[in-house]
Design a protein around this ligand. Structure first.
Ligand code: GLV
Ligand code: MN
Ligand code: MN
Length: 408
């Protein structure tokens, strides 16, 4: 067991050494040199245990232990290695290192398995580089077509496909995942909230993953002189945006007990102290585990933008950046993971994930489950993100026991 903890720790340290912002959180954008360094480390570790490596559609990485029936539906486990800018060391990485360690334990223990066991690394989970979260899993499951993928660019205008080839990545399986390819998908992840800490529980089992809508709202007015333009004659998009942003907060509070809405990015042009802004753009991220509540909150935000802009004579555009439906995970898998957790003398806590996860996409074609470990003070997407090694190793033990049984 000590070995397991040590190996997980070493894997995490090796991966997090690949970081574009040392001393200021983890920044590892998809297909960047840091990302490629971390991915290559995991690929090399997988090769050491004889896993067959395939680069799948959209740059997702799969390391396969074939099993006695190599063409049967696989048991998948894994997560992502890309990060938000200045994020933490645990988001995504925990799911990759626990899957890697479980695969090592299967090989070293010479565990017989009938079904293939896959360790997967999904590309662009965060959407931090290409603006669309869950992109690798969405493309792999056919929710994003190759044409749509080719049109996606980062902030520098580099396309997803060009970024992949600049990083030297060649896809060797461009097929989509279909029902029948995957028997089950299991992802270990940090909770990224404070529910487990509040319950004093070391393991969370996810019953549902919240749906997400991400919008970009642009408001156009007239840039003009800050000193000579009377207040009544202004066409100021930032004043309108300020009102809409305050209203978004209230819409989320009024929508449902679990609705959350965030304006995380705002840009203003020309951004000069003595110039009335001509254009403002801001992002909106809205989440709820109930589709109807989510849709009505988004509709209220759109309506509020329309009303506010028309009252002030401003024009606007709303683009949808990404969407993910709320997803219910497999009851069978949750019950099964609960038994495995209890067999280790730990009482799991069933919960809803407010964060998005690639497993939500896989849940459309396989039985899917997620195992959460507590996040200290509930913090995530920031340098302070922290989860205890003992909890991560416990999640790895549960994952391993589950995969052995599912793939038997
Ligand atoms: C990913 O971490 C998300 O929930 O946006
Ligand atoms: Mn994550
Ligand atoms: Mn994240």
């Amino acid at each position: 067991m000590k070995d397991r903890n040590n190996r997980i720790l070493l894997d995490m340290e090796a991966i997090n050494a690949y970081n574009a912002t040392p001393g200021n959180g983890i920044t590892r954008p998809t297909f960047s040199p840091e990302y490629q360094g971390a991915a290559t480390y995991v690929i090399d570790e997988l090769k050491k245990i004889g896993a067959e490596i395939t680069i799948c559609r959209a740059g997702n990485i799969r390391g396969r232990l074939p099993g006695a029936e190599p063409d049967a539906a696989a048991v998948m486990m894994g997560s992502h290695l890309d990060s938000v800018a200045h994020g933490g060391q645990f988001d995504g990485v925990v799911g990759v290192v626990t899957a890697l360690e479980a695969a090592r334990a299967i090989v070293e223990g010479q565990v017989n398995h009938r079904l293939p066991v896959d360790v997967v690394i999904f590309a662009e989970e965060e959407g931090s580089r290409f603006g669309r979260g869950l992109l690798g899993s969405s493309a792999w499951t056919g929710r994003v077509t190759p044409g749509q993928l080719a049109a996606i660019q980062d902030a520098q205008g580099i396309s997803f496909t060009a970024a992949m080839s600049n990083a030297g990545i060649e896809v060797d399986d461009s097929g989509e995942l279909k029902p029948g390819d995957v028997r089950a998908m299991l992802e270990v992840h940090i909770e990224q909230g404070a529910v487990l800490e509040k319950h004093g529980s070391r393991i969370g089992l996810v019953e549902a993953i919240a749906g997400i809508r991400q919008l970009n709202i642009s408001i156009h007015g007239t840039a003009d002189h800050a000193g000579t333009t009377p207040m009544a004659d202004r066409s100021d998009p930032l004043q309108a945006a300020a009102g809409i942003i305050l209203a978004i907060d209230q819409i989320a509070k009024d929508s449902g007990p679990h609705t959350v809405a965030t304006v995380g990015r705002i840009t203003c042009e020309p951004a000069q102290v003595n110039v009335i802004p001509g254009r403002v753009r801001f992002s909106v991220d809205v989440r709820d585990s109930k589709l109807k509540v989510l849709e009505s909150a988004v509709a209220a935000i759109i309506q509020c933008t329309k009303t506010s802009c028309s009252e002030k004579g401003l024009s606007f555009e709303i683009d949808q950046l990404s969407e993910a439906e709320p997803v219910t995970l497999s009851k069978n898998i949750i019950d099964f993971l609960e038994k495995k957790t209890r067999s280790m003398d730990v009482e799991p806590h069933r919960m809803i994930s407010g964060a998005g996860h690639d497993t939500a996409l896989l849940a459309g074609l396989a039985e899917a489950g997620m195992i959460f470990v507590p996040s200290r003070d509930g913090l995530s997407h920031c340098p302070q993100e922290y989860s205890r090694l003992e909890d991560i190793a416990l999640a790895c033990d549960i994952l391993l026991a589950a995969v052995i049984e599912l793939a038997a």
